[in-house]
Unconditional design. Structure first.
Length: 294
């Protein structure tokens, strides 16, 4: 019960934040949002139709699609998100009469950041405000095309349609807003404490692994591998570290084996001991390395 209350509270908060962002920054500067919200903004600019009502009407057929193709829990959550988002668009519409930021570039950044925070609140609990999220979820379920790809294609069509109404400049500002919003949403969804995955191939893998554990304080895993050309067996050193620890790991590898092959890549999120759990405890003994004999 608590989880459900938390879920719907976060969806409500997300919709409120997105509604404030659209009315405070998008509307006074004639910028669009993505998805059905963007359609509602277009309808308001062209015909003066209430954004919330337009959003609700456009989402009705999409809700029935969700009811037909998606599970019951997702459908109920999407229905609540559709109503909450539509209400927030009209409830906070009075904010659009005030121009809080006169500089369009600053409005793009501020609006994108605020909307991105709202979207992140929504995605962190698996919620949906309807629109292209529903279309994308159905397409992903049946054709393995990602939700983001579907949303991107829809938004491109929306922007192309708006060029004839507003000209190229507002559309370019909207693209900038999309970029800021996406980056902000990703940051708040996965967290600001960025992680890196490091794979090291070296003849001195034991020394490197021992140094990383002792100096950096991170657990290390060996992955067995074989060179395709030489057919020589190798032990790959695998470790996930914080961004702030990357320089130290690089220094260790270069000092022990300057010819080592090192792969560094981004990690979206990490769960488990050493990151989301305490690194020590009764079930996590400190590693013991065999003594080396000269």
């Amino acid at each position: 019960m608590k989880k459900k209350l938390y879920h719907y509270a976060m969806v409500t908060l997300a919709c409120a934040i997105m509604g404030i962002a659209m009315n405070t920054f998008y509307m006074p500067n004639k910028m669009l949002s993505g998805g059905i919200g963007g359609v509602a903004v277009l309808a308001y600019y062209v015909a003066g139709l209430p954004m919330g009502a337009t959003s609700l009407i456009c989402n009705v057929p999409l809700f029935f699609l969700a009811y037909k193709y998606m599970d019951r829990e997702y459908t109920i959550s999407a229905l609540y998100g559709i109503i909450a988002f539509s209400v927030s668009l009209d409830f906070f519409h009075f904010l659009s009469t005030y121009t809080v930021v006169h500089d369009k570039l600053l409005a793009c950044i501020a609006g994108g950041v605020l909307y991105g925070i709202g979207a992140a609140c929504m995605y962190r609990v698996g919620g949906s405000s309807g629109g292209t999220d529903i279309i994308g979820a159905i397409i992903q379920k049946n054709y393995s095309i990602s939700i983001s790809t579907t949303g991107f294609a829809f938004n491109i069509c929306l922007l192309l349609a708006s060029v004839s109404l507003f000209g190229i400049e507002p559309v370019l500002y909207t693209l900038l807003t999309f970029f800021v919003m996406t980056k902000t949403c990703n940051a708040f969804t996965t967290g600001f404490d960025y992680k890196k995955k490091v794979i090291i191939i070296s003849e001195h893998h034991e020394e490197i692994a021992e140094a990383i554990i002792k100096i950096v304080g991170r657990g290390v895993t060996y992955i067995s591998g074989e060179g395709c050309f030489t057919h020589r067996h190798r032990e790959l050193v695998f470790v996930v570290i914080k961004l702030t620890q990357l320089a130290k790991v690089r220094s260790i590898v270069r000092e022990i084996d300057p010819s080592a092959f090192m792969i560094i890549s981004d990690v979206n999120d990490v769960f488990g001991r050493g990151f989301t759990l305490k690194p020590s405890g009764p079930n996590f003994p400190r590693p013991k390395f065999p003594e080396k004999h000269e």
